[in-house]
Unconditional design. Sequence first.
Length: 83
Amino acid sequence: MHAVMMTSNPPLMYWQPATVEIFHQVREWRASGLPAGYTVDAGANVHVLCLGGYAAEVEKRLREIPGVKDVLKAGAGGGARVV
């Protein structure tokens, strides 16, 4: 979807400099042993995934990246249920 938006006429660029910086940082963290990965939703929001034991460290590092406006931490939910 992002590639289509970037190549449309007129182009639409959702990613911001901080978005791309997170991509680079997470790759560096992973290469240095911090098991984290990222994915992107439909906007400029990056979702960084890690095991719960690394969440505090990942959150700390994300907050240190210039341009990051907020960090929301979430964990895995419970099992399926009928509501």
